[in-house]
Design a protein around this ligand. Structure first.
Ligand SMILES: Cc1ncc(COP(=O)(O)O)c(C=O)c1O
Length: 369
């Protein structure tokens, strides 16, 4: 039985009518740009994230770009981030004219190592972007402590609804940062039927600025206080996402159950190291990522058994050709480099059957035996 890495059709089959009704309401109203569906989703996501404001935009990439612009970050500024992340985290820093400064990860959760941040701070540091990788929040309180007074943009593209205990209280992804950025790319736990993104924040002034920046920098049509972007969230996407949102907690719980099943079943296999979740975190398992000996051979073997896997990420950002101008060499971020050679993400989506999970486990066991 084939086991794809992700099967969005299985999810869609279960919610088709609800989503179709929500989409048709937008189509019948013939009102496609911002408006009530986007405002409704913004309220719902702010409530989920326990933030005062949420601002929809065109993608998770644009959410980062708008957040950087809202902090007036540009040429001559430095932004500290992790090299073990999706490209957008650093690409947007470059695209506002600033310099990405890469700090290595800690090997357990694959998130930025807070203790390495202090050494990277200079008078030009204008923000830190920790990434909540694979569904698990970065140690936000430690990041904040390592960079006192420096704004934190939490890239929570992979982690909507994840939580971390900070000072004895559960804090949601995006809640405790200066701004949190979300992606509704279809493969995320809350995925749209196309691109979409959002920024969450507790700061009213930033929220106002972000709303302006997403519509060409003006609050009144055809009058522009600054140069912004066309980065609106489609009303159709917002309607789809609002229809899907009530299912999110259940889907993420199912992912956690699948992760637990894998953890137990894979525990005894020499050559596999199952993912570590910090006891202070509740992951939403956007990815279930193991470290594997002979990783590439294992991936090819699983492919021959029609089991989908993926490598997130095969080349850390500090070694990408486009960032050669920054002057990083191999060895600069050893944990990220090691992770890129060892990680393998397995199918974890909520609709997986027990039979499919067993298929994956049996194939991995057969490979190492
Ligand atoms: C960590 C991270 N940051 C940013 C993004 C960008 O989001 P989008 O694809 O919606 O532009 C993604 C999406 O894949 C991501 O995983």
């Amino acid at each position: 039985m084939p086991v794809p890495l992700l099967d969005l059709r299985a999810q869609h089959a279960a919610i088709r009518d609800e989503v179709a009704r929500a989409m048709m309401r937008v189509v019948d109203a013939q009102s496609f740009i911002l408006g009530a569906p986007v405002e409704e989703l913004e309220h719902q996501v702010a409530e989920l994230s326990k933030t005062k404001y949420a601002i929809g935009c065109a993608s998770g990439t644009d959410a980062l770009l708008l957040a950087l612009r809202a902090l007036d970050i540009g040429r001559g500024d430095e932004v500290i981030t992790t090299p073990f992340t999706f490209f957008a985290t650093a690409g947007t820093i470059h695209n506002v004219g600033a310099t990405p400064v890469f700090v290595d990860i800690e090997p357990q959760a694959f998130n930025i190592a807070p203790e390495a941040i202090a050494a990277a701070i200079t008078p030009r540091t204008k923000a830190v972007i920790p990434v909540d990788l694979f569904g698990q929040m970065a140690a936000l309180e430690k990041v904040t402590a390592a960079a006192p007074g420096i704004p934190v943009i939490e890239d929570a593209a992979q982690s909507i609804g994840a939580r971390r205990q900070i000072g004895g209280t559960w804090r949601m992804a995006g809640e405790a940062a200066t701004m949190g950025t979300l992606s509704f790319f279809p493969s995320k736990n809350l995925g749209g039927y196309g691109d979409g993104g959002m920024i969450v924040t507790q700061d009213q002034a930033l929220a106002t600025r972000l709303r302006r920046l997403r519509v060409h920098g003006g609050t009144k049509q055809y009058f522009h206080d600054e140069v912004g972007y066309n980065s609106r969230l489609d009303a159709l996407q917002a309607a789809v996402l609002s229809a899907k949102l009530p299912h999110l907690a259940k889907w993420s719980e199912k992912r956690r159950e699948n992760a637990k099943y894998y953890n137990e079943a894979l525990a005894g296999i020499d050559g596999v190291c199952t993912p570590c979740v910090d006891p202070k975190n509740e992951s939403i398992f956007n990815q279930y990522t193991i470290r594997a000996q002979r990783r590439d051979e294992l991936q090819a073997y699983l492919k021959s058994k029609e089991i989908g896997t993926s490598i997130y990420y095969p080349l850390p950002l500090h070694l990408q050709p486009c960032f050669a101008y920054l002057g990083y060499r191999e060895g600069a971020c050893p944990q990220s480099e090691r992770a890129s050679k060892e990680v393998l993400s397995l199918p974890i989506y909520p609709e997986l059957t027990r039979g499919q999970l067993d298929e994956v486990v049996d194939a991995i066991r057969a490979f190492y035996e």
